[in-house]
Structures are given as structure tokens and as C-alpha cells.
Design a protein around this ligand. Structure first.
Ligand SMILES: [Zn+2]
Ligand SMILES: [Zn+2]
Length: 462
């Protein structure tokens, strides 16, 4: 018998208006001992309002069992189904037994547009018969870190921001990993919206050749941040019980992760609800690094130019914040020509070493061409992009590039000013450092004005 044919044990219905936008509504229900399956059907309407038709209501779900977070469904779609059973679980949710006691379905109202109210209905069903969601082994929810895939230091290329069917992506985890292999990536971070179930997907266990960086995207009502290196759920719900973004960032750090500011200057409400970063106390505050490139440079609605500009303003203001790329992968098209990667210098190919490289700013943003920056110090040591060096100790600076397309230009920027321009498919330069300079970096631009590669800065301080 199909679980949907059981009568619902609980039904919740209500109307939401524009005043309910950006809130969290808890719908509690009690699960008895012995329950073996749970099914929730959540319906809302309307999806869209007539004008403007580009914008939509967005109502998402989080689920909590008596012990804590149990999963989330962060996606469009006005009928959301959640099934947790002995042999299968809906992507976005954590498998395992159903503890008896007080559960809560949380209605997360990302956008309720003015005009027609949104009506919703939630039906909760559960039972103890051996049910119903298909066969297959239940994955573990204990994260097993991969051993290093390579032991030698080097520049490793990967994607630090992706989504799968565990939130609003089109691809399975297996599909994403296959596409990453086709791109020749060494590592992929799995960062679905507001959940961690992607980390326990069977494809993660089956994977041997790609390094998986665990994480999730904290998809708040006022901006998005990628937690990298964490395997537990980070409570993203700012404003819920007076929670602040600073507390959430503190939890990422306590769990050994990095907090990456995502697509800072994305279009915000109502087109992309909550996508623009509005936490004025975290600009950059306790943020560890930020995305300056988030998909092909010129894609529609691109936040890239503004994010890069703001990053440089922060450098000018004295902040030392690594710049990264993440594709924000949602579908195969996001890996088309021009998609950026983060190329990280790491002591080995392991998650810990990649995160260490990211934190130190040993990162080149690249859409394909390579661009390196280093300084040779008086004692013979080498400083990499992202490092802080005493200018008096610098013997020489080296910029190297290769793979530049015809018409590309490499710029040498000191404190935000262009101090040299080079051309050629490949080349090397040893630019001077003006006295008093505070930061210097190299950029490669295509003839069409798109950023092709970017180094992190050398920071110059006595
Ligand atoms: Zn986002
Ligand atoms: Zn994202």
C-alpha cells in the first residue's frame, strides 16, 4: 500500500501574507513509538502572482525530530513530498530510525509576495507497517573523511560551491561528480542549501577519485554563506530565537570550518530572495573568504563585477580576505565554457589541506588560464599569493601566466592601481613593488572584458 493512501494523522492549514515573509512557522506533531515510516505532503498556492510574472512565492521546509535537525527541502515547487522510511529517504533529509516524541515541520517563508495571500496545507502521515518508499540500503549519517588522494604539494583545481537534488539542483550527487571528473577537477565541495544530507548520499561513499569537501550553504533571508569543512547542520535561521549571523559563523568555526561569503552582490528580493548579502556587521567581519566569481563573468544577473570591486575596496580598507570562485552549480549548464574554478595550493590533496590553502589565500581564480604570483625573499624562501611579507625582505616578485587566449591582457595591480600590462599566450614578469605599497596582485582579462584569472594578493607589511 502506498503511504499517500493512508489517512493523514495531522493536517495543518493557514494563510500567509506579505507580512509573513522571512519567518519560521513551527508545525508540531507527535510520532508514537514503533513508527517505521513518515510521509509529509506540503502544498501551497499560488506559485506566482500575475505581475510581475518573473517573481514567485518561495516557501521551503525544515524538519526537526526530538533529537534535532532531520532535513530540509529548499526548492521551488508547490507540492513538496518528504518520505523517511526504513529503506529510502527523500533527498534533503537524513535517513535512520524515527524517534518517538515531538517532531516539528518548519515552514520557512522566503518570499510571500504582496497581493494574493498564500494558502498552505501540510499533511503528516506515519505508520509502523513495513513501508513504502522503495528498496535499497539506508546510508549512514556518520561522515567518513577520505584519506589524502595525493601526498604531494601542488596546485589543485576544484569547485567550492555546488547544489544537487538534495536542495534545488538538477543533478544527483553522482551526476555532479561525473561532470566534475569531465572538467578535470580534483575536488568538489557539496554545499546544498540548509541541509547536510548530500554528504551521506551513496555516491559519496562510492567515490574514490574525487576529493569531497563537506559543507552546506547557509541560505538565510538576508544573504548566503557557504560553510566549508563542516559535516554537521549549522543553524542558518537568523532572527529565530534572536539568533545572529555572528553566532552561526561562530558555530562554523567551532566545527572546524570556514565561512565563505557567497555571491555578495547577487540580485536580491524579490527576484532572488535572500541572495544579496545584507549583514552589515559581516562586511567582512568574521568572514574567512569570499567569492568574487560565481559563474561565467557576463551571465545574466551576474554579481561578479560588483563582488570583485567590493573585495578590492575591502583590501584597500586593510582587510585581508581571500578571494575565491565557486560556480554555484545547479545544473550541467553551469559547467559550460567560462565557468570559474578555485585553484588552491595545498600540501596534499586532502580536505584539511585544501581548507588550509583557502584560509591562507593560496588560491588562484581561473576560468582555464593559469596565473601565478610569488615573491622570493632575501633568505631564499618563497612567498605565495595570499601571504603577508615584509617589503624590505623581498628580493624579487614573479608573475607567470600561460594559456591566455589571443587578445588577453595581464594587469599588475598595486593598491588597486594598474602599474603594468603584459600580453602573450604565456609569459613571465618581475614587476617592481613601489615603496609604501600595501597589496599587489595580477589579473588576466579577455578581449571581451571578462575576467579570465585572478591571483590573491601579496600583502606587504613590515
Ligand atoms: Zn546562494
Ligand atoms: Zn548556492
Amino acid at each position: 500500500m502506498d503511504s499517500a493512501n493512508h489517512p493523514p494523522r495531522y493536517v495543518f492549514e493557514d494563510l500567509l501574507t506579505v507580512r509573513d515573509t522571512k519567518r519560521y512557522f513551527l508545525l508540531p506533531f507527535d510520532v508514537p513509538p514503533g513508527a517505521s515510516w513518515l510521509r509529509i505532503d506540503f502544498y501551497y498556492e499560488p506559485e506566482r502572482v500575475p505581475h510581475p510574472k518573473e517573481v514567485a512565492n518561495l516557501v521551503c521546509l525544515s524538519l526537526f525530530d526530538p533529537q534535532g535537525f532531520r532535513g530540509a527541502r529548499h526548492s521551488f515547487g508547490t507540492h513538496k513530498v518528504v518520505e523517511i522510511g526504513p529503506s529510502a529517504v527523500t533527498p534533503g533529509f537524513l535517513p535512520g530510525p524515527l524517534p518517538a516524541g515531538r517532531w516539528a515541520l518548519e515552514v520557512d517563508t522566503f518570499m510571500v509576495l504582496p497581493g494574493t495571500p498564500v494558502s498552505y496545507r501540510a499533511e503528516v502521515r506515519f505508520g509502523s507497517d513495513p513501508e513504502p518508499t522503495g528498496a535499497g540500503p539506508v546510508p549512514s549519517t556518520v561522515w567518513r573523511a577520505q584519506p589524502p588522494l595525493r601526498r604531494e604539494p601542488g596546485w589543485y583545481r576544484g569547485d567550492l560551491h555546488t547544489h544537487t537534488i538534495h536542495s534545488d539542483g538538477d543533478e544527483t550527487v553522482a551526476g555532479l561528480l561525473d561532470l566534475a571528473r569531465q572538467r578535470g577537477l580534483h575536488f568538489v565541495a557539496l554545499t546544498d542549501h540548509n541541509t547536510t544530507s548530500q554528504l551521506f548520499d551513496p555516491a559519496v561513499d562510492g567515490n574514490r577519485d574525487l576529493l569531497i569537501i563537506p559543507g552546506m550553504e547557509l541560505t538565510t533571508h538576508y544573504g548566503h554563506a557557504v560553510s566549508l569543512g563542516t559535516t554537521s547542520w549549522i543553524d542558518w535561521r537568523t532572527g529565530h530565537e534572536r539568533r545572529t549571523i555572528s553566532q552561526a559563523i561562530g558555530e562554523i568555526h567551532a566545527a572546524g570550518g570556514l565561512c565563505i561569503l557567497a555571491h555578495l552582490a547577487a540580485l536580491g528580493d524579490p527576484v532572488c530572495t535572500g541572495c544579496a548579502w545584507l549583514f552589515t556587521d559581516q562586511m567582512p567581519g568574521e568572514i574567512d573568504a569570499m567569492e568574487v566569481c560565481n559563474g561565467p563573468w557576463f551571465q545574466v544577473g551576474s554579481n561578479n563585477p560588483v563582488s570583485l570591486h567590493i573585495w578590492k575596496e575591502w583590501l584597500q580598507a586593510g582587510h585581508r580576505l581571500p578571494a575565491l570562485a565557486g560556480t554555484d552549480f545547479h545544473a550541467a549548464r553551469d559547467y559550460r565554457e567560462g565557468a570559474p574554478t578555485s585553484v588552491v595550493y595545498a600540501r596534499e590533496l586532502s580536505a584539511a589541506a585544501i581548507l588550509e590553502g583557502v584560509a591562507r589565500g593560496h588560491v588562484m581564480v581561473s576560468t582555464g588560464p593559469e596565473l601565478y604570483l610569488e615573491a622570493t625573499l632575501a633568505d631564499g624562501r618563497l612567498a605565495l599569493m595570499g601571504d603577508r611579507v615584509d617589503p624590505a625582505s623581498v628580493r624579487s616578485v614573479g608573475v607567470r601566466w600561460m594559456g591566455a587566449p589571443a587578445g588577453a591582457r595581464v594587469l599588475w595591480l598595486v593598491d588597486g592601481e594598474v602599474c603594468a600590462v603584459w600580453e602573450g599566450e604565456r609569459g613571465e614578469a618581475a614587476p617592481a613593488l613601489p615603496s609604501g605599497a600595501r597589496w599587489a596582485l595580477a589579473e588576466m582579462w579577455g578581449p571581451d572584458g571578462a575576467l579570465l584569472a585572478l591571483t590573491n594578493p601579496l600583502y606587504l607589511r613590515a
